[in-house]
Design a protein around this ligand. Structure first.
Ligand SMILES: NC(=O)c1ccc[n+]([C@@H]2O[C@H](COP(=O)([O-])OP(=O)(O)OC[C@H]3O[C@@H](n4cnc5c(N)ncnc54)[C@H](OP(=O)(O)O)[C@@H]3O)[C@@H](O)[C@H]2O)c1
Length: 265
């Protein structure tokens, strides 16, 4: 997909991996719809994206973000929509996609990056923590994917035959166990099964489904004392992998991309 002029909904777009995905999409000339619960976080994300755009325009930068402020009316500020959304709430998710289509006309891609990490051995895990994990990391992916697919199959395809592309930000914990994080791992395994099933339901209708599995990445989620000595990816690294998935030739769907730090540990 050539991202120029496309609309990408990014859940969890207020910080971390989601924010960097949004920055990369804007740099490629796309529009972004950022969803998260916290309005201050969304406002800060919007400021950060617009600021990067202005700086690049001023310096004539050629690196990531240099496409943020192309000449013409569609400045980065006009290409960003923020919609406060809890992805576990069916009505709010429907409202997110309605707002996206009302503003930009269609939704070309959805990046499901909203997520939470609750921790603890199984015997200490409270039911409430288990349920929160599944609600955000799995049910949220279902609700957003369902709404996106409903819209995508009803819209005309792009020149390459693609009506839409879903990218799930999963985790290595979606294919391996992670002792001390069973609820998170269970939810992420669930996303892998959900994606594999959905992919074969919708591929013939022109909707692609891809899973990106990052290793540990330096975000608020992993800013924890016992992770301090780990080699962490930068969220920009994961964002570049997402862009590679979205921009791959339409004939070749990248179904699963593992992103690992080149060093161990
Ligand atoms: N960091 C890592 O090492 C790592 C590794 C592999 C996979 N991942 C996955 O990557 C994704 C992004 O993680 P991150 O590291 O970027 O985390 P992060 O920095 O903590 O960001 C999480 C984002 O999700 C949003 N969010 C949380 N609950 C939500 C809800 N109920 N509805 C809507 N938005 C919600 C947050 O905003 P609000 O709190 O304002 O809603 C925030 O924008 C997650 O799915 C995570 O599991 C992360």
């Amino acid at each position: 997909m050539n991202l120029q002029g496309t609309t990408v909904v990014v859940t969890g777009g207020s910080r971390g991996i989601g924010l960097e995905v949004a920055r990369a999409v804007l740099a490629a000339g796309g529009r972004v719809v950022l969803a998260a619960r916290g309005e201050p976080g969304l406002a800060a994300a919007r400021r950060s994206l617009a600021q990067a755009s202005r700086e690049n325009a001023a310096t004539g930068g050629t690196g990531l973000g240099s496409g943020l402020e192309p000449p013409g009316p569609a400045s980065a500020g006009e290409r960003i929509l923020t919609v406060p959304t809890d992805v576990t709430e069916e009505g709010q998710v429907a409202g997110l996609f309605t707002a996206a289509v009302d503003r930009f006309g269609r939704v070309d891609a959805l990046v499901n990056a909203a997520g939470v990490l609750t921790r603890g051995g199984v015997t200490e895990t409270k039911l409430e923590d288990w349920q929160t994990n599944l609600a955000v990391n799995l049910t949220g992916v279902f609700l957003c994917s369902r709404e996106a697919v409903r819209r995508m199959v009803a819209q005309p395809p792009a020149e390459d035959g693609v009506r839409g592309h879903l990218v799930q930000i999963v985790s290595g914990a979606g294919v391996h166990g992670w002792p001390g994080h069973a609820a998170y791992s269970a939810a992420k395994h669930g996303v892998m099964g959900f994606s594999a099933s959905l992919r074969d339901e919708v591929r013939e209708q022109g909707v692609l489904v891809s899973d990106v599995l990052p290793g540990m990445t330096a975000t608020a989620m992993t800013d924890l004392p016992d992770f301090a000595s780990r080699n962490k990816l930068a969220p920009e690294d994961v964002a570049q992998a997402v862009l590679a998935v979205l921009e791959a030739p339409a004939r070749a769907m990248l179904t699963r991309v593992d992103v690992r730090h080149r060093l161990t540990g």
